[in-house]
Design a protein around this ligand. Structure first.
Ligand code: SF4
Length: 61
């Protein structure tokens, strides 16, 4: 399973990086999250997806 972030709607809240630090990290100025792993644990990424306040995370595969 791979996570994808919609950078148009991400508000940089940091929740996904807190929930799944192996998969998400904040960019240099903290304004957006980015995906740093090709594979993510389903439970962790489902939780991150559900926790994202702007529904910016989608899961593929
Ligand atoms: S939880 Fe959603 S809005 Fe917050 S940083 Fe992650 S992708 Fe962006």
């Amino acid at each position: 399973m791979r996570a994808v972030i919609d950078e148009q709607t991400c508000i940089g809240c940091g929740v996904c990086a807190d929930v799944c630090p192996d998969v998400f990290e904040m960019n240099e100025d903290g304004s957006k999250a980015r995906v740093i792993a090709d594979n993510c644990d389903a439970n962790c990424c489902e939780e991150a997806k559900e926790s994202c306040p702007t529904e910016s995370i989608s899961l593929e595969g």
